[in-house]
Design a protein around this ligand. Structure first.
Ligand code: ATP
Ligand code: MG
Length: 415
């Protein structure tokens, strides 16, 4: 039986790879313009990192992790997200002892055991950025601005920035009680998962996708109305910074990034263009995560942006990715002597950075030209005894059929 890719995974075929390369280059470019530097961390980590760094009341930790025991008896997990590994590396390499903030970005595969559907995979890919070490909302505004500008550069229309505040260790417990009091009479209508969240993480109930639960929380009190003075003034700061940069937003109190370590700022970029999986980018502030993972008491803020959803959205917006690069020149040959000559020339052109190609299947001339057409070569040149003797090549422009004679030594420059 023919083998198939595991459920929830996708091959990236050569005809699509250039789209990925396109967004990856643009991503690295904008991050460097904003002063973020790249970090790469392993694909797997100790399971314990995610239990602490993502939080054991979250969907990710409760039901989505790829966890296994390795041959040395260690519990290992394929990374479900990029922030905790970045925090782990930050602490382990003592980066916190250097001048702060630490501004980093990443581009990483992630693994979550989910029900696959459009825009939801088991192996997917994320761009992300983090600012470690800044308590000021300047950092939050910068992170959001980068996400906003990146999506704009990618030609995304019909996307809204939703922002909120999820409070802090001071005001959240107060709100939590208010929310529990509101939900208690509706407890029996909640789904099983939400019943289990009631004590440990009731805010996650606001984020539940089941229709009954959605109905139950319809008129629930919102964190944003219970912020302490500090959180309220930070939220005002954030809005004023976004206003100063001319970035539009919607205050949406239903945005819940239900991790215990999330504090204050929460935001999502949301679209209706790609169906149910409309959150392309989500992030927020996590002032206790670094400490929770064993580091110093230092704040952080960041986001993750799904590359598959980004690409779906770019396609839905009719983004022009340009064409995949094709050969600038294709060399065909007739006869063994010309073959060696052409091979020598091919190698020389490639050495000069020209996209040059030949037929490795050694077809006859007709076959070679058919192949050149298939590759979409811009120019072709047929090398025969005359060309070898004279050192002069006849270049054929494949779109105009125009022919020009050119000295071999001038060929690279002409191309
Ligand atoms: P959702 O509510 O859609 O499950 P999430 O809150 O789990 O999203 P985050 O953990 O914030 O998502 O991840 C950041 C981004 O990564 C998301 O906004 C989305 O673009 C992308 N993403 C998350 N899970 C998947 C997945 N299973 N497949 C593809 N992309 C994903
Ligand atoms: Mg999810």
């Amino acid at each position: 039986m023919a083998m198939k890719a595991p459920k929830g995974t996708k091959d990236m075929l050569p005809q699509d790879a250039y789209r990925w390369q396109y967004i990856e280059e643009e991503w690295a470019k904008i991050c460097s313009e904003y002063g973020f530097r790249e970090i790469r961390t392993p694909v797997f980590e100790s399971t314990d990192l995610f239990n602490r760094g993502v939080g054991d009341t979250t969907d990710i930790v409760q039901k989505e992790m790829y966890t296994f025991e390795d041959m040395g008896g260690r519990s290992i997990t394929l990374k479900p997200e990029g922030t905790s590994p970045a925090v782990r590396a930050f602490i382990e390499s003592n980066l916190y002892a250097e001048t702060q903030p630490t501004k980093i970005f990443y581009d990483t595969p992630c693994y979550r055991y989910e029900k696959p559907q459009a825009g939801r995979l088991r192996e997917f890919h994320q761009f992300g950025i983090e600012n470690f070490g800044t308590p000021s909302m300047m950092a939050d505004a910068e992170i959001i601005a980068l996400g906003h500008d990146f999506l704009k550069r990618m030609g995304i229309e019909d996307i809204e920035l939703h922002i909120s505040s999820v409070g802090c260790r001071k005001c959240r417990p107060v709100y939590r009680k208010v929310l529990q009091d509101y939900l208690r009479p509706k407890y029996d209508c909640l789904c099983e998962t939400c019943k289990s969240r009631f004590d440990k993480n009731p805010m996650r109930i606001l984020d539940c996708k089941s229709p009954e639960d959605k109905e139950a929380v319809k008129d629930a009190p919102m964190m944003i109305d219970y912020l302490c003075e500090d959180c309220r003034s930070d939220f005002e700061d954030l809005k004023s910074y976004l206003d100063a940069m001319g970035i539009e937003y919607v205050v949406d109190p239903s945005i819940v990034r239900g991790l215990d370590y999330y504090t204050k700022t929460a935001f999502e970029f949301i679209t209706t263009k790609i169906g149910a999986q409309g959150t392309v980018c989500g992030g927020g502030r996590y002032d206790h995560l670094i400490e929770e993972v064993g580091g110093p008491d230092m704040p952080g803020v960041g986001f993750g942006l799904g590359k598959e959803r980004l690409l779906l959205l770019m396609e839905a917006c009719g983004h022009d990715f340009g064409a995949a690069p094709s050969p600038q020149i294709f060399l065909a040959w007739i006869g063994d002597e010309a073959k060696l000559y052409a091979l020598n020339l091919l190698h020389e052109l490639r050495g000069k950075g020209i996209r040059a190609d030949m037929d490795t299947k050694e077809r006859n001339l007709k076959g070679q030209m058919k192949y050149a057409n298939k590759l979409g070569a811009e120019y072709t040149a047929v090398i025969g005894g005359d060309e070898v003797a004279s050192g002069e090549i006849t270049l054929k422009n494949m779109s105009t059929s125009e022919q020009t004679k050119i000295r071999r030594e001038d060929l690279a420059d002409a191309l």
